[in-house]
Design a protein around this ligand. Structure first.
Ligand code: BTN
Length: 308
């Protein structure tokens, strides 16, 4: 371990200020060298505060820096700013990064949503992409997206008591306002999923721009800012279990029990077509089954769904 890593470890484990003298004795180097290493750590973004008593690492519950993530820290790739976490995640996935590698950004300059929409990504929101490699056939990939939305919605309910509901395919609404969207990219090997990159944009402390449906943030709902790290960690913990024990039937049942789409008159835009009807069910792959005006049924596998 080099001196910087040793200093980092000591300060990270300490609950209080650690004097320059203590660090110098622990590492067997001069106090001036300690000071130089601390300066280097601060320059690389580590929040160390110096005082006449010594050095202390600040604990910001909202910080998304990898070293704050405990067991997840080796898999977190943090960007102060990037075009899109989807691009960073794709590059890592193609290079064979470990499962559950996470790319998280403070802000994105070209954040994107489904159907080629822009996802405005100002400071304060939670923007991340997780690389997963579920052992499932490609045809079930849509269920992984539904599962990601289910897991975000249930942690919003359990941590913050907000009534988070699912709109097909994987939007999360609270009181009909969109709080979260999920975008995924997949690459396959034969008919099996090679990797899926699940991108999640959650309005936490940002002021989301108006869109259809009108967006809302967690901060606006609760009337206080919310530390983003606890949300990300809670999600990663449940989503990892979800993928490692993937149960397609459970995903469909859970999605149905929390959705606001079934039973409604909807319009689904697929990019080239528009289908209108009553949403009556989801099939075993997560496709939305519509009953059309002439009584026939049609299943749509992807698209933008508007409730009428
Ligand atoms: C949607 O509702 O249209 C999906 C929005 C997904 C946005 C997230 S933010 C993190 C990741 N990076 C992106 O560029 N998009 C996704």
């Amino acid at each position: 371990m080099d001196p910087k890593q040793k200093i980092f470890k000591i300060l990270n484990q300490a609950d209080t200020v650690v004097s320059g003298e203590t660090l110098s004795a622990e590492l067997g180097i001069s106090r001036v060298s300690i000071w130089k290493h601390i300066k280097g750590l601060v320059q690389s973004g580590i929040p160390i505060v110096s005082s006449p008593k010594g050095y202390r690492m600040t604990r910001d519950p909202d910080s998304l820096m990898p070293w704050e993530f405990d067991v997840w820290q080796d898999r977190i790739h943090y960007f102060q700013e990037t075009a899109s976490t989807m691009d960073e995640a794709m590059a890592l996935a193609r290079k064979g990064c470990p499962d559950f590698t996470v790319v998280v950004a403070q802000r994105q300059t070209s954040g994107r949503g489904r159907m080629k929409r822009i996802w405005l990504s100002a400071d304060g929101g939670l923007y991340f992409t997780v690389v997963v490699r579920p052992e499932i056939p490609m045809i079930l990939a849509g269920l992984v997206n539904l599962a990601a939305a289910i897991d975000v919605a249930s942690l919003l309910r359990s941590l913050y008591q907000v009534d988070a509901r699912l709109k097909w395919p994987n939007d999360i609404l609270v009181n009909r306002h969109k709080i979260c969207g999920v975008l995924s990219q997949m690459e396959a090997e034969g008919d099996q999923v090679a990797h899926m990159n699940i991108g999640i944009g959650l309005n936490v402390n940002n002021a989301p721009e108006t869109e259809e449906p009108i967006a809302i943030s967690l901060k606006a709902l609760l009337g206080r800012p919310v530390p983003r790290r606890e949300i990300l960690v809670a999600f990663l913990d449940v989503f990892e279990k979800r993928i490692l024990t993937f149960d397609p039937l459970a995903v469909i049942e859970e999605w149905k029990s929390r959705n606001v789409t079934l039973g409604r008159q909807v319009r689904v835009f697929t990019g080239k077509d528009m289908v209108e009807g009553t949403a009556v069910d989801v099939d075993s792959y997560g496709g939305l089954i519509l009953r059309l005006a002439d009584g026939t049924r049609q299943t749509v596998m992807y698209g933008d769904c508007f409730h009428q």
